[in-house]
Design a protein around this ligand. Structure first.
Ligand code: GDP
Ligand code: IMO
Ligand code: MG
Length: 427
């Protein structure tokens, strides 16, 4: 096994961090390829909880090289704080490699993210407010700052000045905010640049050399299929390509080097921020799921919107991402329900749809059609093999496998690294 991608199949927070950490023990490199510190990946090892935002979850395995690819946008202060936080807890984090082509989140990106949301009012996206969207916008608009720019003072100052000419016009004239100076931005970046310099690398070359040498590279997705700027519920999406294809553009490794694509799917559905969510439960059942699954954001602390498993959502992700395997997480959270509903179709204006509709208008009018599976009451958190699971739990997993059309190779039965049922070996 050489190249393996882990990708979210719903709206994020499926448990990608835990799955990555679990495989991290047996891989040589773990690569973040998209997003920034809008991500929050929680990993629990030996009773210790780690919340990672920019560093790949492989960092918790000492033999694994953590890599940040060109597709990521980096808030240098957040990255340094994360490295220091881990070091204080005895985790070595100085081995990180950062692509010279990755873009930097600057103070003006953070301000613009927040004021734009305020300006949008009811039409807001519900972003994480970390400056991620504005940083990607500048990248595509060819006015971004890259990691390599930090080490050429004249170029850096010119690029900041050019960006600020436009940003300050927007901030002052449209949003009525104070202007930002070149020095302010330059000084913030320079606070961290010397620490970043030794980590800067030609990541595409490093990873291709590693694959040539028979090493294993794991690509850790952030966000998820339905937050993808092309395939998600646009405009309620993030501004990057979290789908599996993004692992290639976000790291410099070609598609033929990928051997396995593992979709992470929660045993129910959650979403943070705004946007359509046909299966959302706005009643006590939704609240009960939120409580049982501790569904509050790792990054912003916002309560996550909850619903039952939506087979249309995950099946769509399975196709577009060409999943070879599904890792089903948080199955333990569903213990104790008499019936466990699953969304198997949508009703759109009286018409039954068996797949997600093509247009946003239809999705906004979709209501869920449920199938009701028998629940279970047994505690499954110490199950380690499929046979350890109660018959009704097995039937639930098998039904999801049929509906999604991809084999379920791993099942999460608790947050701990060891709380996993492996059905098929993933490496
Ligand atoms: P990510 O963004 O996809 O990495 O997911 P998050 O870390 O934001 O959210 C997943 C949450 O569920 C974290 O708090 C994990 O510790 C926790 N978690 C992951 N897998 C399981 C599982 O199988 N069971 C339970 N109960 N919790 C899990
Ligand atoms: P992980 O990797 C869940 C959501 C935000 C918002 C939208 C746009 O932990 O699964 P942004 O700040 O990216 O411009 O916000 O995307 N979002 C996430 N939701 N998990 C994430 O990451 C997310 N990253 C962004 O809530 O709706
Ligand atoms: Mg998360």
């Amino acid at each position: 096994m050489a190249g393996i991608i882990i990708v979210g199949t719903q709206w994020g927070d499926e448990g990608k961090g835990k799955a990555t950490d679990q495989l991290g023990e047996r891989v040589d490199f773990v690569v973040r390829y998209s997003g920034g510190n809008n991500a929050g990946h929680t990993v629990v090892v030996g009773g210790e909880t780690y919340a990672l935002h920019l560093l790949p979850s492989g960092i918790l395995n000492p033999n694994c090289v953590p890599v940040i690819g060109n597709g990521v946008v980096i808030d240098l202060g957040v990255l340094c704080a994360e490295i220091d936080g881990l070091a204080a807890r005895g985790v070595r984090a100085d081995q990180v490699l950062i692509s010279a082509n990755a873009h930097v989140i600057t103070p003006y990106h953070r301000v613009i993210d927040r004021v734009t949301e305020r300006f949008l009012g009811k039409r807001k996206i519900g972003t994480t407010g970390r400056g991620v969207g504005p940083a990607y916008a500048d990248k595509v608009n060819r006015m971004g700052i890259r990691i390599q720019d930090l080490f050429d003072e004249s170029i850096l100052r010119q690029k900041i000045a050019a960006a600020l000419e436009q940003k300050n016009a927007l901030l002052v004239k449209v949003y009525n905010r104070p202007a930002i100076t070149v020095d302010e931005v330059y000084d913030e970046l320079m606070t961290y640049a010397p620490r970043i310099q030794p980590m800067m690398a030609d990541v595409a070359t490093v990873l291709n050399d590693a694959l040539d040498a028979g090493r294993t590279v794991l690509f850790e997705g952030a966000q998820a299929h339905h937050l993808d700027v092309d395939f998600g519920t646009y405009p309620y999406v993030t501004s990057s390509s979290p789908i599996a294809a993004g692992a290639c553009t976000g790291s410099g490794v070609g598609p033929t080097r990928i051997d396995r694509i593992i979709g992470i799917a929660k045993a129910y559905t959650t979403r943070v921020g705004e946007g359509p969510f046909p299966g959302e439960l706005l009643d006590d059942t939704g609240e009960a799921l939120r409580r049982a699954g501790a569904e509050y954001g790792t990054t912003t602390g916002r309560p996550r919107r909850c619903g039952w498993f939506d087979a249309l959502v995950v099946r769509q992700a399975a196709r577009v991402n060409a999943l070879t395997d599904v890792f089903l997480t948080k199955l333990d959270v569903l213990t104790g329900w008499d019936k466990v509903p699953v969304v198997v179709a949508y009703d759109v204006n009286g018409v039954r749809l068996d797949a997600m509709p093509m247009t946003q208008t239809e999705l906004h009018h979709a209501t869920p059609v449920y199938e009701y599976m028998d629940g279970w009451t047994e505690d499954i958190s110490s199950a380690r093999t499929f046979a350890d699971l109660p018959a009704n739990t097995q039937a639930y997993v098998k039904r999801l496998e049929d509906l999604v059309g991809v084999r379920i190779s791993g099942i999460g039965v608790g947050p701990g690294r060891e709380q996993t049922v492996m059905v098929h070996d993933l490496l």
